[in-house]
Design a protein around this ligand. Structure first.
Ligand code: RTP
Ligand code: MG
Length: 147
């Protein structure tokens, strides 16, 4: 069972899309094991997005992520890192297909509603900077063996 870090970004909170975004993940059969509404500090934003430091959009990205509350989550499921990235859709709005979260609800390269870890190493790192091990819940969700 794989885990990933997902985060509804400030535009998703402002636009009232938390529920719809969570529904997409629930509909796929994934299980939320942690979640919190929180502000991201400038320091945390820079740690989270450290791979993008120096890129032209970095300052805009940090300003955006710190502009209002986010909903940070950990989700669990088979192959969830790749599958949730498919549900999220591409970063470039012209490549984000209808049916994906970004394809259906976003039209901007930076203000794109949701973050999802892009690899096992990123997921482990990001889960570790937003949550303590005790905050990751263990419980049964009876969808097996259907999904
Ligand atoms: P994320 O990390 O947030 O899940 O998004 P991603 O993998 O699809 O995209 P990534 O390349 O990691 O970029 C991180 C976030 O930076 C903002 N961005 N703005 N050209 C731009 O203005 C631009 N490019 C990237 C987006 O918020 C993107 O999700
Ligand atoms: Mg990324």
């Amino acid at each position: 069972m794989e885990r990933t870090f997902l985060m509804v970004k400030p535009d998703g909170i402002q636009r009232g899309l938390i529920g719809k975004i969570i529904s997409r993940m629930e509909d796929k059969g994934f299980k939320m094991i942690a979640g919190k509404l929180m502000f991201v500090s400038e320091e945390l934003a820079k740690v989270h997005y450290q791979e993008h430091e120096g890129k032209p959009f970095f300052e805009k990205l940090v300003n955006f992520i710190t502009s209002g509350p986010v909903f940070a989550m950990v989700w669990e499921g088979d192959d969830i890192i790749a599958l949730s990235r498919n549900l999220i859709g591409k970063t470039n709005p012209s490549e984000a297909m209808p049916g994906t979260i970004r394809g259906d609800f976003a039209s901007h390269a930076t203000f794109n509603l949701i973050h999802g870890s892009d690899s096992k190493a990123s997921a482990d790192r990001e889960i570790g900077i937003y949550f303590t091990p005790e905050q990751l819940l263990s419980y049964d969700k009876s969808i097996s063996p259907w999904i």
